[in-house]
Each structure stands twice: as C-alpha cells, then as structure tokens.
Design a binder for this molecule. Structure first.
Ligand code: ZN
Length: 228
C-alpha cells in the first residue's frame, strides 16, 4: 500500500485475531472492552507522563487518541489522506499524530483475551514514542522496538499500579505475539521479526524497561541496532 512509511498498520495483529475468531460475528458493542481500552489508554499515557524524563530530554507530548474506528465505514478516518485499513490498528505519524484501532479488531482480540487490547494500545503508543525520539534512539526494526516499548510500558504501569496484570495476561500477550508472527506473510519476511524475536522484544522491555529498548542495550542483547 502507499504511504506505509507514514501509516504504521500492524497487519500481523489483524491476522492473528481473524485466525482466533474463526470468522464469527460479534453482537453488541462490548462495554467491558471499551472500559479496558480506556484503562489501557489512561495507563500508557500516565506511564509516559510520569517516566518520560527518566529517559529522554524535552517534554512528553501524548499523541492524539482517535480511538475506535469502523474500517468498513465509508466515513473511515484518514491518515495523510489515505483511509485507515479495515480491522487494523495504526499510529499516524504525520502532523495528525494520532493512534487508532478498528473496533472489530479489538472485539476479535478481546474475545481471545483482554490483555490483547492493552497490547494493541501500548504497541501503537510505542510507535508514537519512537516518532518523538532522535533517529539514533530508534532501532532499525520499528515493530520490534514498538513491541519492546509495549512490554516496558505495561510492566512499568503495573509497577506504578495504573494497570493491573491478572494471572495469564502475560501469557495471552506472548501467545498473541507468537500467533501474530506465525499467521502473516508480513511477519515472515524477516524485516519485521519472527515470533520468537517479537516475544523476545516484548520480554526485553518487561525485564529491562525502556532503556532495554534503545539501541545500546539492544546491541548488548545481540539485536541489530543503530549506533548511538
Ligand atoms: Zn506496529
């Protein structure tokens, strides 16, 4: 698709969910899911608001939260003039600077496990964080860095008490990442990381925090990274 560099669509996530859902339609909007998404957004924003200055200079500015959209609608929102993908999630890195997720994507994933919506929100927010960093702090593989930042944020938010992990949540996230990478050509191409690389990136973020997601630490872990 055009403008991929401006619109990070995370196709792997969608395929994982479609595989899990078995194509079943879902009924009424899930209020519980909406609350979880709101909690995820508040948690990730609170985490970066509280901890940005632990790692970076300047001031934290959150992305705009466009939130849920209906990718099947004729009135689908656009990024850089291009309509957002159906059943997908996105960080729009133009001056529009927003994160958004298709409601169906979230519903499919939520049926699979509530942790999934936290992963999607944290991952897309991670792309927004990347976009605020100097180039030398971005790793070559933006998807793995976003997975790593998602792990760092969710673990950090859990430690701060703004997000509560339940038993099984981390397994859900790990399984989602594995299925994500397994089910899509996009993740099999090598540039975007294998299943084990994605799980490793998420776990690295959980264990080492944000600094573990930056190139120096990433190099220490053997991942390809730009020099600082
Ligand atoms: Zn992504």
């Amino acid at each position: 698709m055009a403008h991929r560099h401006r619109m990070r669509v995370c196709a792997g996530l969608t395929a994982a969910l479609l595989a899990v859902s078995g194509g079943h339609a879902f009924a009424a909007p899930n209020d519980e899911m909406t609350r979880d998404i709101e909690t995820a957004v508040l948690g990730v924003d609170a985490y970066w608001e509280a901890h940005w200055s632990d790692f970076f200079t300047e001031t934290y500015v959150p992305p705009t939260v466009l939130g849920e959209y209906d990718g099947a609608s004729p009135n689908v929102p656009t990024c850089d003039g291009e309509p957002l993908d159906d059943d997908n999630a996105v960080y729009c890195s133009t001056a529009e600077d927003y994160v958004a997720w298709d409601t169906d994507l979230m519903r499919f994933g939520y049926a699979y496990g509530d942790a999934f919506v936290y992963l999607v929100v944290a991952h897309e927010w991670g792309h927004a964080i990347q976009n605020r960093l100097h180039a030398e702090l971005q790793t070559i593989d933006g998807e793995l860095q976003a997975d790593c930042l998602a792990g760092a944020e969710l673990e950090g938010a859990a430690q701060d008490g703004t997000v509560v992990f339940e038993s099984g949540d981390v397994d859900e996230v790990h399984t989602a990442l594995v299925r994500d990478a397994d089910k899509t050509p996009w993740t099999k191409e090598g540039d975007h990381g294998s299943a084990s690389e994605r799980v490793e990136a998420f776990t690295l973020g959980q264990e080492l925090g944000v600094e573990g997601c930056l190139p120096d630490e990433a190099s220490a872990e053997g991942a390809a990274a730009l020099g600082r």
